[in-house]
Design a protein around this ligand. Structure first.
Ligand SMILES: Cc1ncc(COP(=O)(O)O)c(C=O)c1O
Length: 152
């Protein structure tokens, strides 16, 4: 079986909805070079500005030397490293909670947390412009799902 996506792609192109990955040529920061052009960046989620912190880079290098890269399997299956455990423990202490749980992406955090908090008996109301991870999390939870249209 084969699919011809040409018509769909053309429609998206005409609607100016075709997405094209950009090539980033510099570290993250307020000034970046992307696809050969210099930009002032307003769309970063490096809110704490730690992406290029020398101590974090050094720690990442040290950890990669010790544990390699990649998890090898889901941490519920294969476990996670002592370093992950120490970070969860430190984050729990920092936030005054019994436990903390690390997720590898914001998307997975939203999916995991929403699914854990909601069940079929619940209702979730979301802003139409919420991040896809919040919308997907609400949908996957099985809760009654409503999107609030925002008039612009
Ligand atoms: C509000 C919000 N939630 C979730 C995410 C997803 O995070 P990640 O890209 O780490 O999956 C983003 C990403 O920009 C976000 O802005």
């Amino acid at each position: 079986m084969s699919f011809d996506l040409t018509a769909d792609l053309n429609q998206r192109r005409e609607q100016n909805l075709l997405r094209k990955p950009r090539i980033v040529e510099t570290p993250q920061g307020p000034h970046m070079q992307v696809d050969g052009e210099h930009y002032l960046t307003f769309c970063s989620n490096d809110y704490l500005g730690l992406a290029n912190h020398p101590k974090l880079i050094e720690s990442l290098q040290t950890a990669a030397k010790q544990f390699g890269v990649g998890s090898g399997a889901a941490h519920l299956v294969n476990g996670h490293t002592q370093l992950h455990h120490e970070l969860e423990t430190a984050l729990a202490a920092f936030t005054g909670r019994d436990k903390a749980l690390l997720f590898s992406t914001g998307y997975m955090a939203n999916l995991g947390v929403i699914d854990a908090l909601l069940s079929k008996q619940d209702a979730v109301f979301q802003d139409k412009w919420n991040h896809a991870s919040l919308l997907d999390g609400g949908l996957l939870s099985g809760a009654r799902f409503s999107v609030i249209p925002i008039k612009t």
